[in-house]
Ligand binder design. Sequence first.
Ligand SMILES: [Fe+2]
Length: 367
Amino acid sequence: MKIELIENKIFINRGDSKEEIHPFWLRERLDGEEFLDKGTQQRLFDPSSMNCEVAVEKAKISDGFIEINFNDGASSRIDLNKLASEFSNKDTVIKSINKIKWDSTLKNVKNFEYKDNFFESKEMHDLLVSFYQYGFVIIKNVPTEDNFIVKFANSIGSVRRTNFGEHFNVRSKLNPNDLAYTTLHLTPHTDNPYRNPVPCIQLLHCIENEVSGGFSTLVDGYTVTENLKKDDPETYKVLSEVKVRFRFTDKNVVLEDWSELIHLDEEKNFKQVRFSPRLDYVPILEKNKLDFYYKARKKLSDLYNSEKNRIEFKLEPKDLMMMDNYRVLHGRTKFDPEEGKRFLQGCYIDFDSTEGKLRHLKRKFNL
Ligand SMILES: [Fe+2]
């Protein structure tokens, strides 16, 4: 990719094609002191209010910069590397990390170890890359005092508060408003499918765990649904087209949102799974359509609940797990509260937290 200059017209040469760059596109990117605030890197002028009929009067390329004089009197030197980075139109940080498919055979995923200055370290960068690859990550030795999970979340980005509070305590209690707060076996599910938007990432911090049961289980919704797309496209299609209603009620709130169980992006690629059989309501459709839908949902449920797709492990005190709630389903095996204490704390953050942190660390360490 190269920037070329021909008679005051500026071109981008991609090897197999050459296109003129609109002069106003370049005018918008002027970065001299009078155009750009150096501290914030925010514009000091408003291009949306300007006449876009602007032309290049004079231009010169030298030493990795292009110097341009426009016919409205503005002029500037623009860094060619900075310009080139804009031509892909794609996110080059998050989307460039390929998801790794996994099932019960998953082995040797790196655990990370909490230490001082963790959040500004190269280790944190590697942790976030691993999180985007696998959809979850475990950090050992995270302090447990004073609801440290909230500090942890706020050191990556910002806690996403919900009606369960800034953080929630997972232990069995009397009259629970959610099955999480019981000792029951929890089948694989994603959290809070009834919210708009659904919280992106769940953090779960083990404070105490003295029971022999209560294992954590994880299933990769990405792997399961990508395999389903290949093996049974009709089932995949109906699950990615029919929207169901998710609903949560308690005495203070009624939360409701509609979504497909497999939600795709504009290019029909994986974006999000929601699955919580305690909380979903299928719409009324023609009987034969519903017949097919129910079979499809059962097939997906069987895959999510299959041992082949599940990993199972015990969280030890001070372990903190981060899970992509749009990708990974979680659950737990039942436990006997007579054996001892089991106490976990949870909270949510959104993707802006992990994305913003990862871009910052890439910039910081020049990665
Ligand atoms: Fe949950």
